[in-house]
Design a protein around this ligand. Sequence first.
Ligand SMILES: Nc1ncnc2c1ncn2[C@@H]1O[C@H](COP(=O)(O)OP(=O)(O)OP(=O)(O)O)[C@@H](O)[C@H]1O
Length: 240
Amino acid sequence: MTVDVAIVKELSADDRRFTLDVAFSSDSRRIVLFGPSGAGKSLTLRAIAGLLTPDAGHIRVRNRVLFDASTGVDLAPRHRQVAYLFQDYALFPHLTVAQNIGFGLTSGLLNPSRRERGRAVAHWLDTFELRGIADSYPARISGGQRQRVALARALASEPGIVLLDEPFAALDPALRGRMRRELRELQARLDLQLLVITHDPDDVDALDGHTIEIRDGRLWEDARPPARDAGPLRTDIEPQ
Ligand SMILES: Nc1ncnc2c1ncn2[C@@H]1O[C@H](COP(=O)(O)OP(=O)(O)OP(=O)(O)O)[C@@H](O)[C@H]1O
């Protein structure tokens, strides 16, 4: 299985307690964690990224053990080859589009020369059609452009998997439809594996991957059978 997660984490704040206890595995190129607000989706994503340490269990991605409580393995986030795209994209406001993308190249394991970095940044600017705004700051570009910059920055570090936290939630409906299509097209072009969390059934339909439903910190059901190959990309979904 490319992604194999079985984790338990107890959390408490004030007088509230929350138990995350999820186990799933999938070979699909598009894995969708679906569930209502407060279900435990972000906690699961944070655990995979290495930002939350489970009490028990294991996390394996592409045959690499990222975490295993029984053997004490707990790779640092920067060694996981996992890119995490935050809900608000978390771009650096004081860096231009090109500099934000370049940051993805310097923060990971890769430490390319200045010239190589320049070439890689140019490549990602072209891939995401961001040349025209390369020198703009995040505050001066649109929501869709911000999402593309965040994706470009995430992909520049050549991750094994990209984790996306509600990637379309902040976009207006028209743009949401376009970005869903763009993400699928991009995936087809770049051979990416995506793990997306969402509470929106339209995202589930549009992504058409292996959907895993989480509620109250537990797996609700494997809503669709795991697919070795997520199959041809759907083209019948129009932007809203
Ligand atoms: N540090 C913490 N301490 C205690 N409880 C927490 C902590 N972080 C999150 N929780 C609780 O864990 C539950 C799951 O949170 P999580 O952020 O994973 O939900 P989610 O499914 O991603 O929801 P949303 O779609 O609203 O982002 C929530 O009830 C939340 O209040």
